[in-house]
Design a binder for this molecule. Structure first.
Ligand code: MOS
Length: 760
């Protein structure tokens, strides 16, 4: 029976809960020293002086490093970095290379000492003086100086600019509202940390909390002028990332520190530094307008986003879903991006769609109410079976089924269109829903599979398990592709010395590495078969390769199963203690974020003929339903239950998949009700600095979440049929909740998070 799809528990679960799984900060080294960074106290300007004599005399201090004495890294050079696969920094600011300050909390120095406490104590003794310039700290104030970016990650950023106004004006029904979302921080459970170990001057090992060992290795190699194979990055376990664990400056900083100290050095960020040094989701102000005919058919969608960036070209792409959803003949999606002297925004779980579905899906609800149509029926009426911009068919698409199944499971039929109709004691009860969507990305990947003469199998690839279940599902795929039990499969990932895989981002890990794992297993079986066919001692001797089947560790002639031979006997007779195969698979036209150089020779396996983005649009879809109870006296909102139904292709493991959606929905409840990083408008520094004041949902905030998958394999993304699942779960959640709040109270709240004072 197939292992794939079964809800098996994580194969690494026992290691995790018993503390045996080692995270970056736990890779202690002999003779290791500790680094603690010093952060800028101004938002913009320059360092005028650094007095370090006092800090140097502190107990245990080994080195005090600032721009004055730091190792000179290779300068930024986007062309050269692109060539080296090293373009994708969290922020374009190699650390300690000059005296300029670009945001509050920027690293301006690092202390290395014998202990963590000594490094931290000395850091507070370093006297850094600044000349401050006037800083840009507020989005609304800076918008008049914003610009319109031309591109976002290779796509046109401004679509049909200025074209919607006429159609809108002529539409029978229109809505036009402004929605806003705050800064949010990723706050994975495991804070970022790196241990840097130099061997001589040209070999570096980084134990790093990263979503991409290959990415980190390429970037570190570039800036230190090393060959990439000489920078090994190790991350067997990562405690969440959500987009924050690309390469940030502390990783380069600790390598600089280890070079200066000539010892292994550990740098573990504090929770406070997580607010200033590893990215965030930028605030957005979004204006969404739409027009329909009298019957509620959309004529036009317009979605404009105002946001900001600092030290990269990234900006929150909150118009993305507006280019994919609904059958409107015209859509205008535009951006204005201001500059703020604030730490650099980055990808955060469903970048774009998370704030974007809040705005679009609330506006859809407002229009449905205006039309006196049920919000589910309004969406179904305007459903598109094609990518509405590119015109391609979706590779596989069951959004209407998501709406219908969700409505059924949730009990949507008992909702009344008019608000304030349902009460439970003093609580007003409301139902809301929204569409979920996220692209189905896939990148090139290589996987190597080794079987030994005990029948144990090792699956190897430089992928990462950021908590999603990569170990477990890879073991399931290999078990099925080889016909051996899951218990016989060992998975080795999280090491840049393994065959290259894409970073664990963009919900593309499963879609990318499983086709390669499948092909590697097929190649391994072929090897075994050719050994048996050539062996006079085998019952398969002389058989045709195409006639050979496999099951339970055995090859046999199809239709004549007496003619069989076990993997172990084949290996034993061939006097082989192991056999291996490696496969590289790539989508026809790369849709992903990175294309690692192939480790396996292309002749071993032909390129996949799937995932052709010129022929199909690859997207996942879903529907979110929420029930809220609102206490009007206090303005408090409780989410009482959620139904979350998704069309994400084949489900590789019902249990880990469900956990991904639950995690996404909880993330969405946080975004809807509590998460927000507040900044001091005078100095630009974050005033919410820890998890004590950056509120996230706790157990009592999390209601029963009914997760359901359509589960139909995507026939075009790969022979495996699975699209990604890490990000779609958050999309639409905050809109479903805000729409439920309207249904409960009759109040439209358009500014997240929906904290009690917003009711006033
Ligand atoms: Mo995700 S925001 O691509 O880690």
């Amino acid at each position: 029976m197939s292992e794939t799809g079964k809800p098996i528990s994580r194969i690494d679960g026992r290691m995790k809960v018993s503390g045996k799984a080692t995270y970056a900060a736990e890779f202690n080294q002999p003779n290791m020293a500790y680094a603690f960074p010093v952060r800028a106290t101004i938002a913009k300007g320059k360092i005028s002086s650094i007095e370090d004599a006092t800090a140097r005399k502190e107990p245990g201090v080994i080195a005090v490093i600032s721009y004055k004495n730091a190792y000179k890294l290779k300068p930024l050079d986007m062309q050269a970095q692109m060539k080296a696969g090293a373009a994708f920094l969290g922020e374009n600011l190699p650390p300690l290379q000059d005296n300029l300050v670009h945001y509050p909390g920027q690293f301006v120095a690092v202390i290395v000492a014998e202990t963590y406490e000594q490094a931290r104590a000395a850091a507070y003794k370093l006297q850094v003086k600044y000349i401050a310039d006037k800083a840009a700290v507020d989005l609304k104030t800076e918008l008049p100086r914003s610009t319109k970016p031309k591109m976002f990650m290779g796509e046109e950023a401004q679509v049909n600019e200025g074209k919607a106004a006429g159609v809108l004006a002529a539409s029978a029904q229109k809505v036009d509202h402004t929605y806003s979302t705050p800064v949010e921080h990723h706050h994975p459970m495991e804070p970022h940390a790196t241990v840097a170990v130099w061997e001589g001057t040209d070999k570096l090992t980084l134990y790093d909390a990263t979503q991409g060992v290959g990415l980190t290795s390429a970037i570190a190699a570039y800036f230190f002028g090393l060959h990439q194979e000489n920078v090994r990055v190790v991350a067997p376990f990562v405690g969440g990332g959500f987009g924050s664990k690309g390469l940030w400056l502390h990783t380069l900083l600790v390598a600089i520190a280890a070079k200066a100290a000539n010892r292994p050095v550990k740098l573990a960020l504090t929770r406070q530094m997580m607010q200033t040094n590893v990215g965030h989701r930028a605030a957005t102000i979004q204006r969404v307008a739409m027009g329909t005919d009298k019957a509620g058919q959309l004529n036009v969608l317009r979605h404009h986003t105002d946001t900001y960036n600092n030290l990269t070209q990234f900006f929150e792409p909150s118009g993305k879903q507006t280019l994919v959803l609904y059958k409107a003949p015209l859509r205008e999606v535009t951006y204005n991006v201001a500059h703020l002297d604030r730490s650099t925004p980055t990808f955060m779980r469903a970048p774009g769609e998370t704030p974007g579905t809040f705005a679009l899906e609330c506006a859809m609800d407002e229009m449905a109410y205006q039309l006196k149509m049920d919000p589910v029926e309004f969406r179904i009426k305007n459903h598109t079976a094609k990518d509405p911009v590119k015109g391609h068919e979706f590779s596989s698409e069951f959004l209407v089924e998501c709406y219908r199944t969700g409505a059924e499971r949730f009990g949507w039929a008992s909702r009344s269109m008019e608000p304030r109709q349902k009460k439970h004691g003093k609580y007003l009860v409301g139902y809301g829903m929204a569409t979920a969507t996220y692209p189905g990305g896939r990148s090139a990947a290589s996987v190597k599979v080794v079987m030994n003469d005990k029948g144990n199998v090792t699956v190897m690839t430089a992928s990462i398990d950021i908590g999603t279940g990569t170990y477990t599902v890879l073991a399931q795929t290999a078990a099925d592709a080889l016909g051996v039990p899951v218990e016989k499969i060992d998975v080795k990932i999280g090491d840049s010395s393994l065959p290259p895989a894409p970073l664990a981002g963009g919900s593309q890990t499963t879609a990318s590495i499983h086709p390669a794992a499948l092909d590697a297993c097929i190649l391994l079986r072929k090897e075994l078969a050719s050994l048996a066919i050539a062996d006079p001692g085998s019952k398969l001797n002389g058989s045709k390769p195409e006639d050979i089947g496999f099951a339970r560790g055995t090859l046999f002639v199809k239709g004549n199963e007496d003619k069989s031979d076990t993997y172990l006997n084949i290996l034993n007779r061939a006097k082989r203690n192991e056999i291996e195969a490696c496969a590289t698979t790539l989508p026809v036209s790369g849709a992903g974020l990175t294309v690692p150089s192939a480790l396996c020779t292309p002749s071993q396996t032909p390129p996949e003929q799937n995932s052709d983005i010129k022929q199909y649009a690859f997207h996942s879809f879903g529907a979110q339903f929420a029930e809220v109870w609102v206490d009007e006296d206090f303005g408090t909102i409780r989410v009482k239950r959620v139904a979350s139904v998704h069309d994400v292709g084949r489900i590789m493991n019902e249990k880990t998949a469900r956990s991904q959606i639950i995690g996404g929905v909880i993330f969405g409840i946080g975004a809807a009700l509590m998460e927000a990083t507040e900044y001091d408008k005078r100095w630009g520094n974050p005033v919410t600095r820890t998890l004590a004041d950056y509120h996230v949902p706790v157990h009592l905030d999390v209601p029963p979440i009914d997760v359901h998958f359509i589960g139909k394999p995507d026939p075009h993304i790969s022979p495996i049929g699975a699209r990604g699942i890490g990000e779609i779960g958050i999309t639409g959640v905050s809109a479903a909740i805000a729409n439920a709040v309207f249904n409960a109270t009759g109040k439209r709240l358009r500014d997240l998070p929906l904290t009690p004072e917003k009711f006033l």
